[in-house]
Design a protein around this ligand. Structure first.
Ligand code: ADP
Ligand code: ASP
Ligand code: MG
Length: 411
């Protein structure tokens, strides 16, 4: 019987790269984990690679090969988190407590075979439970798993968040805490909008929209997972004891706030297929080619036709551009388009809030604020709880600040 495991309260904590950025910070994290255990909880701590390590491993790979195989990239990148897990366990053991480190595979994380952005397919926390039952603190390497046929995989950038949420769901944790270098989720990235305020409570959907439109404080896939499995979690700082932000299921009262937050996304580009014949099947041809090439796109706009032709534009992350150039050239020729034009140096500003469902005039207020600041809107898209605009990249920070101010989100 493994009764003790189920009887004690269990906390899953995740410590991000900055929080474990040097030996002193790792000792700080170790102290926090020990304090949590002292309060009578079982603790599983998921750790990221020390800040900068994943980026330098990627750089290192590029220095030995122009196109490293994704399988080997995953083997390499997984070492970042493994360094941290061992150091954290050592630091805890040096404090006279019992900690063991576990890789993603040892923690039971089974993924699909999509290297560098694998999805978690299954999580059987057998070893975790065993060590917890023995009173051990478990330190799990974030961001990694293993396929059924034992290949090491990673879960996409920021993937330690996903590890933490998935482990919390699997062990049925009483609490899941995401420790980072800010006090919580703010109304906008506080490094972009200095007057941004900490949000006390936010719904899964709002957090998901913020994360997927550029608020990288949480990995968007981790929020999706949390929503799917109903894992309420808290985002808070590893550098103080301030209460953080609770991310949870939406409640009725949340609709009273029209705009919960503002996100910005840099590194965007706009592709325009110029003067395509205005007839059925043309858009399908363009976007089938784009999809077949595995290109991830964001907004799409088709303009009004003149002289029997029209322009089709879409936006995407700049990193996708090389694929676009090789894919759309031949397609443009085939459908008789005039040209494929690319505009870089654009970015996206989004406002997010479940209250948008029941309030009108929200988009107008955003556009007015931008216009007053002399910021031109290149493209617009809306969804039920989000309005997003594309603007000149150089105007992103100014735009985020005026929009934030217009909705009275600041301190
Ligand atoms: P970690 O290494 O702990 O995972 P990240 O760097 O991934 O930390 O995420 C924390 C960072 O997210 C903050 O330092 C902040 O600059 C950025 N950020 C972006 N949007 C927001 C937001 N709305 N609220 C708080 N932080 C945000
Ligand atoms: N180390 C990985 C990254 O930098 C995963 C993470 O920190 O969450 O993306
Ligand atoms: Mg992160």
């Amino acid at each position: 019987m493994s009764a003790p495991f189920f009887q004690m309260s269990l906390i899953v904590q995740k410590y991000g790269g900055t929080s474990v950025g040097n030996p002193e910070r790792i000792r700080n994290v170790a102290r926090r984990i020990v304090e949590t255990q002292d309060q009578g909880h079982g603790v599983v701590a998921v750790v990221s690679a020390m800040s900068g390590v994943t980026d330098s491993l990627i750089k290192l790979a590029r220095e030995v090969s122009p196109h490293p195989e994704e399988r080997e990239m995953d083997v390499l990148l997984a070492t970042g988190e493994q360094t941290t897990m061992a150091l954290t366990a050592m630091a805890i053991n040096a404090m006279g407590r019992k900690a063991v480190s576990l890789t993603g595979a040892q923690a039971g994380i089974v993924t699909d075979g999509v290297h560098t952005r694998a999805k978690i397919a299954d999580l059987t926390p057998k070893q975790l439970k065993h060590h917890l039952d023995e009173g051990c603190i478990c330190i799990v390497a974030g961001f990694q798993g293993e396929t059924k046929d034992k290949r090491i995989t990673t879960l996409g950038r920021g993937g330690s968040d996903l590890t933490a949420i998935a482990v919390a769901a699997a062990v049925k944790a009483d609490l899941c805490q995401i420790y980072t270098d800010v006090d919580g989720v703010y109304t906008c990235d506080p490094r972009v909008v200095p007057t941004a305020k900490k949000i006390a409570v936010i719904s899964f959907d709002e957090m998901l929209e913020m994360a997927s439109s550029g608020s990288k404080v949480m990995q968007s896939r981790s929020v999706e997972f949390a929503k799917k499995f109903g894992v309420t979690f808290e985002v808070r700082s590893s550098f103080n004891n301030n209460p953080g932000t609770i991310v949870k299921e939406e409640t009725k009262s949340m609709e009273a706030v029209v705009v919960r937050g503002v996100s910005i996304e840099k590194n965007q580009a706009k592709v325009t297929v110029r003067a395509v014949p205005d007839k059925p099947g043309v858009a399908a041809r363009v976007f089938t080619a784009v999809a077949d090439a595995g290109i991830i796109i964001d907004m799409i706009v088709q303009n009004v036709a003149h002289d029997g032709t029209t322009d089709i534009s879409f936006t995407l992350n700049k990193d996708e551009l090389p694929k676009v150039e090789t894919t759309l050239g031949p397609v443009a020729k085939e459908i008789g388009a005039k040209a494929v034009e690319i505009q870089g140096d654009i970015g996206k500003i989004s406002i997010i809030g479940v209250g948008m469902r029941s309030h009108s005039g929200v988009a107008a207020k955003m556009f007015e604020a931008l216009s007053k600041a002399g910021i031109n809107i290149v493209m617009i898209s809306t969804s039920e709880i989000k309005t997003a605009v594309i603007v000149d990249e150089a105007k992103l920070t100014a735009g985020a600040n005026v929009v934030h101010e217009a909705f009275g989100l600041g301190r």
